[in-house]
Write a protein that binds this ligand. Structure first.
Ligand code: NOJ
Length: 518
């Protein structure tokens, strides 16, 4: 199952542009993150994922890497990043960087070389056809922009050419095989990037579009999975304490076949995770489970999650997220009371949970003009709100110079006020994270089992190890009677649940954790 520290890990995702500006240029930076490490530690998070912080023209907020081995000057220097590793480690915090293996920026020197007419070492580092006047087999491509006669394949936006890991079954002579020298060279180049940062103290990577390496791959992604198994073998032998989390959202492949330690459960329309918090794209209104009285059923989540959990539980961890930089913030539709219950579930599930910066205070999804290829994602990327000071304590720059505008409402949530309020969302999150650390039964490995999912009159009840947990997101009181309740006491509550003998009464919008049976 990989490094033992994952068992009790609670991650915090930092979008470096928007966390803390230390030099008053209006954009967050690595020294700013260092300054806020105590905050992260006090939140109870013992691991970080930092979105790409490498040199880039920022056509996709840094997911268009120009130099994998150089920190973008706007965030600081390589020395700052190494210092961040050390300062984080001193506080018991592991640090994952963001690895973008599927594509680079079209400004990357590898790509510039590969775009030259004269053959060179990098000619086959990307996927090119051999003729600029013809397209690319129904795949996204660009032609006509380079002296080289050929069309090159895109992996995402127009500025992100696909690196060449070969094709599973090449059927054109310009398609490389997965074991060709050029495909091997790409794999070795990516391993070299990983080693470069791991050797300097980085604790692993979040892997962007982890499924996107080999082209023409089969349904089992056998070509791509083989590459990740090879990389996992390198980690197991040379960096056994380092961790990999995939942006894949397919634990059968990512955990069981590719060998990732963790795989994100992402907000994909109508999957189980989506039905919990963001089921607002469905016809007939928002039926999200945690939206009070919206009529959502926990079954929709369980039907999707349980089989995936059962099949992958011995192989790796499914990672629940509060949100991420691509996803609308949950506070877009959920109230503080609803968020508390949603986070209570997320932070008591098996696997390794991730909190997206600002979600712990209920930062809102803002209506913002696109920035650096963010489009509708931009609204979840606004600068952190620390206090009622200038620019909410994020930066000393003039407000119009900030990376993105901030929530201008008078009641915009902020850290300093919520720290002083025991009833705030932030205080609840801190208590929930502490609860998870205090009980091995709530951590990544402890078993999960559904005890009651018949919610007409009863709450959703689940077991983690020896603990019983119940959640009732509706406004109606719900009751659950069972001999399994006898001899248990409340060890955590939200709202006003009570347990007497074999009877658990859950007030409207409540959450309960019951001790092991006496
Ligand atoms: C997924 C990342 O999360 C997203 O922000 C990015 O735009 C694409 N991959 C392309 O790298």
């Amino acid at each position: 199952m990989g490094p033992s520290w994952l068992k009790d890990a609670v991650f915090y995702e930092i979008y470096p542009q928007s966390f803390q500006d230390s030099n008053d240029d209006g954009i967050g930076d690595l020294q700013g993150i260092i300054r806020r490490l105590d905050y992260v530690a006090e939140l109870g998070c013992n691991a970080l994922w930092i979105n790409p912080c490498f040199d880039s023209p920022f056509m996709d907020a840094g997911y268009d890497v120009r130099d994998y081995k150089l920190v973008a000057p706007r965030y600081g220097t390589n020395d700052d990043l190494v210092q961040l590793f050390a300062e984080a480690h001193a506080r018991g915090i592991h640090v994952l960087l963001d690895l973008v293996p599927g594509h680079t920026s079209d400004q990357h020197p590898w790509f510039k070389e590969s775009a030259k007419a004269d053959p060179n070492e990098y000619s086959a580092r990307y996927i090119w056809t051999d003729e600029a006047l013809w397209g690319m087999e129904g795949r996204p491509y660009i032609a006509g922009m380079t002296e080289r006669s050929g069309a090159y394949m895109l992996n995402f936006f127009a500025s992100q050419p696909a690196l060449n890991y070969g094709w599973l079954d090449p059927y054109k002579h310009w398609m490389s095989a997965t074991d060709s020298p050029e495909a091997r060279a790409t794999i070795e180049a990516m391993k070299d990037v990983m080693r470069f940062w791991l050797d300097q103290g980085c604790d692993g990577f979040r892997v962007d579009m982890a499924d996107s390496l080999v082209k023409g791959d089969d349904e089992c992604k056998s070509g791509t999975c083989a590459i990740w198994r090879e990389i996992r073998a390198m980690m197991d032998s040379d960096y056994p304490d380092a961790a990999l989390v995939s942006e894949w959202s397919n634990p059968d492949l990512a955990l069981c076949s590719a060998g990732f330690h963790m795989d994100f459960y992402l907000d994909h329309q109508r999957n189980g995770y989506n039905t919990l918090l963001r089921d607002y794209e469905t016809e007939g209104g928002d039926h999200s489970y945690f939206l009070c009285d919206a009529g959502g059923s926990i079954r929709r989540f369980l039907d999707d999650y349980l089989p995936k959990y059962e099949r992958s539980r011995d192989r790796g961890y499914i990672s629940f997220i509060t949100c991420n930089h691509d996803t609308p913030r949950p506070a877009r539709t959920l109230s503080v009371a609803e968020l508390k219950l949603a986070y209570a579930l997320i932070l008591t599930m098996p696997g390794v949970p991730f909190i997206y910066y600002g979600d712990e205070i209920g930062m809102r999804y803002l209506d913002l003009r696109t920035k650096e290829g963010g489009y509708q994602r931009t609204g979840s990327r606004s600068p952190m709100q620390w206090s009622r000071d200038k620019n909410a304590g994020f930066s000393g720059a003039p407000a119009e110079q900030l990376y993105l505008p901030q929530d201008a409402s008078a009641d915009a949530p902020c850290v300093s006020e919520q720290l002083a309020d025991a009833d705030s969302l932030l205080s609840e999150v801190r208590r929930l994270v502490a609860l998870r650390h205090a009980h091995e039964d709530l951590q990544a490995d402890a078993p999960f089992e559904v005890v009651n999912d018949n919610e007409r009159t009863a709450p959703f009840v689940y077991r983690r190890g020896g603990l019983l947990l119940a959640v009732n997101p509706s406004s109606a009181k719900k009751t659950f009677e069972d001999s399994a309740l006898v001899g248990r006491e409340l060890v955590y509550r939200i709202g006003n649940p009570s347990v007497v003998g074999g009877r658990l009464v859950m007030s409207g919008q409540s959450f309960a954790v019951l001790s092991t049976q006496a």
